[in-house]
Structures are given as structure tokens and as C-alpha cells.
Design a protein around this ligand. Structure first.
Ligand SMILES: [Zn+2]
Length: 265
């Protein structure tokens, strides 16, 4: 992963080596039109930033990649585990914006699917054999619910993907250094059957530092992805206010960055 620029958009570009069928990455907060505290590329529709400004930012992102704004799809995220599957061509995909879900899978070219995050983990998946891509929003609830595993299973059942042939990128998120959690999170992980000890460090009785990215990497490997097909950003969004939004840091004044992926036509 490395910082790149397309048009005026500065983003963390993900290169899946030898895979020319998709374009993907993670946006930063730079070069949008939102005013402080949402400066400046706030892509989240459910923030207290002005709607028209957020629309403007989303349009900037879409246009930088040669798309109309109607070809940028993010579901209505609810920290759940529903997956939106887009398997038909659409002239305008914007009606999907009101569909609840925390992951999207598509085999359609020239539609950019995205997930908005502030601290949560954005995950991108690509199946170059069947030409299928997916995005996943994994906060602690989505991780405890194994949403990334469900998404891989969805790619298998809907499109015949083989997990061993998938590529994944886990984007910038809140890292272990800044992510203290307590008992309800541990309980949810245990109920979901998600590894806890290998992804946490005990801080004091009843509080832990949680490595959400590592937990999702482990889930991807359990789902059958080879370790060397999984890329992982080590950037902490909470430590880097100059680069990223963070809800834990900025609360209601936090914008949203986006993990996005698109199949080329
Ligand atoms: Zn940090």
C-alpha cells in the first residue's frame, strides 16, 4: 500500500500484484471541500457535516475514477452483518444508498463499492478468477459477528469464488495503541467464537487493548485465504489526525474516510 493521487484525490492505493481487473484503496481526509472540523474529504452521509458538501466530496471521488456519482455505492451501515449483493447492471446505483448493510459484493464492472469508516476496519476483497469484488465494514460488532467470514462465504455461494484465490486488503483503522475496550466486547467475541487472546493485550483488570485488524486477518486466514494474499495497513487513524478521521478522537466532529474497490470495465 502506498500514498497515491488521482485527480485531486489523495488516497492509500492498494496494488494486488498481477491483478489488473480492479482498482482499490482507502481515502484520506485530504483535498475535499468540507470545512473544519470535517476537513476536508468527509464521505460520510450520516455525519453532522452539510449534506451538499458530503455529496460534493463523493462526486469528487467518483469523478477522479471516471465515474458518475450514481456509480458510487455505500450501503446504510448499521454495525450489523447483512451483505448487499449487486449482480445486475444498473443505470444508476444510487437507490442502493438506502439499503441497510455492512458489506457489499458485486460482479458488476464500473460501479465503485465503498464502506465509510472513522475507526472501524475497512476490508477490500478481490476474486480475479471470477471477477468479483467486495467491501466490508468491521467494527468490534462486525468483527464479533464474523462479517468478513460471511462475506467470503457469500462470494463463494453467489459467484463460485474459491477463498484460496482471493486477495484482501485491511485498511487504516484504529490500532491497538489507541483502542481500549472492556468486558462487553470480550463477551461478544467469545459468543461469536472469535479469537480474543491472540488479538488483545490486558491493560488493567477488565480493560484490554484490542487489535481489530489482526482479528480480521485471522478470520480471513480461517476462511481459507493464504497469508501472503492479505495486505495490512499499520497506520493508526487515531494517532494520525493530519491524515485520517477518527471517531474515538473527534467524537461527533469526526468525518468519514472510505475503503473502496471497483472492477474495471
Ligand atoms: Zn494509535
Amino acid at each position: 500500500m502506498q500514498m497515491n493521487r488521482i485527480g485531486r484525490i489523495q488516497y492509500v492505493e492498494v496494488d494486488f500484484p498481477g491483478i489488473p481487473c480492479s482498482t482499490q484503496g482507502f481515502t484520506t481526509r485530504h483535498e475535499g471541500v468540507s470545512r473544519p472540523p470535517y476537513n476536508s474529504l468527509n464521505l460520510g452521509l450520516n455525519t453532522q457535516d452539510q449534506q451538499a458538501t458530503v455529496e460534493g466530496n463523493r462526486s469528487l471521488l467518483a469523478r477522479a475514477f471516471g465515474l458518475s456519482q450514481g456509480a458510487l455505492v455505500t450501503p446504510r451501515q448499521v454495525h450489523g452483518s447483512d451483505i448487499l449483493v449487486i449482480s445486475e447492471p444498473n443505470e444508476d446505483f444510487s437507490h442502493f444508498l438506502s439499503v441497510e448493510g455492512d458489506a457489499v459484493i458485486t460482479n458488476q464492472p464500473n460501479v465503485m463499492i465503498g464502506i465509510c469508516v472513522a475507526d472501524c476496519v475497512p476490508i477490500l476483497l478481490c476474486d480475479p478468477t471470477h471477477k468479483v469484488v467486495a467491501v466490508v465494514h468491521a467494527g468490534w460488532k462486525g468483527t464479533a459477528a464474523k462479517l468478513v467470514s460471511k462475506t467470503v462465504a457469500g462470494m463463494q455461494s453467489e459467484f463460485g469464488s474459491d477463498p484460496a484465490q482471493l486477495f484482501a486488503a485491511i485498511g487504516p483503522c484504529i490500532q491497538k495503541c489507541c483502542y481500549e475496550v472492556d468486558e462487553p466486547v470480550r463477551k461478544a467475541f467469545q459468543q461469536g467464537g472469535v479469537a480474543w487472546d491472540s488479538c488483545t493485550e490486558l491493560k488493567s483488570p477488565g480493560t484490554w487493548q484490542l487489535d481489530l485488524a489482526a482479528a480480521n486477518r485471522e478470520l480471513l486466514m480461517l476462511a481459507g485465504l493464504p497469508a501472503d494474499s492479505i495486505q495490512l495497513s499499520e497506520q493508526c487513524v487515531c494517532c494520525h489526525s493530519e491524515q485520517f478521521f477518527s471517531y474515538r478522537r473527534d467524537k461527533e466532529e469526526s468525518g468519514r474516510q472510505m475503503g473502496f474497490i471497483m472492477l474495471k470495465g
